[in-house]
Design a protein around this ligand. Structure first.
Ligand code: 3EB
Length: 345
């Protein structure tokens, strides 16, 4: 996917990644890849996400490229690579390495706060103030910890940290995904940030996540439904993890096919909203690449059939196994794409 804005996303197999030129790679996320292999020379930051492999699938390399000169570095535990306009970064923190004490907050809280504080400090220090897109992977996302689901603990910690860093908690907040990872893996956060602010897109069919009622947790999830970046000759749309939620409620509980269709309807609504908010935009379902998170491996054929019915068989789709942040959701889909500006804009 060549974009006119200097950012490009590819989903590659291990073999494709190994044979691709590393010259213009800004950052990589691997899913179920063997640890360490993608990091080759240690120059390119690699977010190693520990999602269990789906039967019959291989590891996936999510590769972000930039056509500007780039340089790598690290700041505390954030590893990054940056070009003139963009910064890709990642941080992994093991809960097992955080010393517990009676009365102290849970290790997941501490890890989340530290990750977000280090990310914000890095963005401030390097001058990429605008978070465009954040991916969060936490082990055992649906497990209870002292009576509270770990995803809800994560939400509280994310909000605490962003607030302490002086960042917005509503409105101007990045697109995001938050998924489970295999037990025992670290909390892993990776992100894209930029020098210029994106436009923040909400879904007319859904309550903004940062306004969810308290039944979903004492602290709201801090993310926008999508961000839209206009730069140079083009636009890039980052659609957050999207599920079968209308208003604030999960719908089609227990029906994987219907959840998949509803999720695609939500994504179509976000595309329409992006095209409305920026009249120079002309996104369509066929201009996006899709990353599909499947809770139950046995559901993959049903989900793939629904996707093919709407997107056609040529669509760029990868499937990963991951637990989703509400117990009643069976599938979640994120999407990314670029388009040139309309001729007269
Ligand atoms: C939802 O719409 C589904 O907590 O960062 C999607 C995307 C979801 C991001 C996050 C959560 C997050 O509420 C869950």
């Amino acid at each position: 996917m060549r974009t006119p804005v200097g950012l490009r996303l590819d989903y590659l197999s291990a073999a494709e990644y190994q044979s691709a030129s590393p010259a213009d790679v800004l950052g990589v996320a691997t899913f179920s890849g063997p640890p360490g292999t993608a990091a080759a020379d240690g120059v390119i930051p690699v977010a190693e996400v520990n999602t269990p492999l789906l039967p019959g699938t291989a590891s996936v390399y999510e590769v972000w490229r930039s056509d500007e000169p780039a340089e790598s570095g690290s700041r505390n535990r954030v590893r990054f690579r940056r070009s003139g306009n963009f910064l890709f970064g990642c941080i992994a923190l093991a809960e097992s390495e955080i010393a517990g004490a009676p009365g102290a907050p849970p290790a997941l809280h501490v890890a989340t706060v530290e990750a977000y504080r280090e990310i914000c400090a890095t963005l401030d220090a390097l001058g990429y103030p605008h978070l465009l897109r954040v991916w969060n992977y936490l082990p055992d996302i649906n497990r209870d910890l002292d009576g509270t689901e770990r995803y809800r603990l994560f939400n509280r910690a994310r909000q605490d940290a962003l607030s302490a860093c002086g960042r917005a908690l509503t409105g101007s907040v990045p697109a995001a995904s938050a998924l489970g990872a295999a037990s025992g893996s670290p909390l892993l956060v990776y992100f894209l940030a930029g020098r210029t602010a994106p436009t923040f897109i909400e879904n007319p069919r859904q309550t903004s996540a940062y306004r969810y009622p308290r039944q979903y947790g004492s602290h709201r999830p801090v993310f926008s439904r999508a961000t839209l970046l206009r730069q140079g000759g083009g636009l890039t749309l980052f659609i957050s993890g999207t599920a079968s939620i209308v208003g604030h409620r999960s719908i089609h509980v227990g029906d994987t096919a219907a959840q998949t269709r509803e999720t695609l309807t939500n994504i179509a609504a976000l595309i329409e909203e992006a095209n409305r908010v920026d009249p120079a935009a002309r996104f369509s379902l066929s201009s996006l690449a899709f990353k599909v998170y499947v809770r139950r491996p046995a559901d993959v054929p049903v989900i793939r059939a629904e996707l093919a019915a709407v997107l056609g068989s040529a669509a760029r789709v990868i499937c990963l196994q991951a637990d989703i942040c509400r117990q009643d959701l069976l599938v979640e889909i994120e999407a990314t794409g670029s388009c040139a500006l309309k001729a007269d804009s």
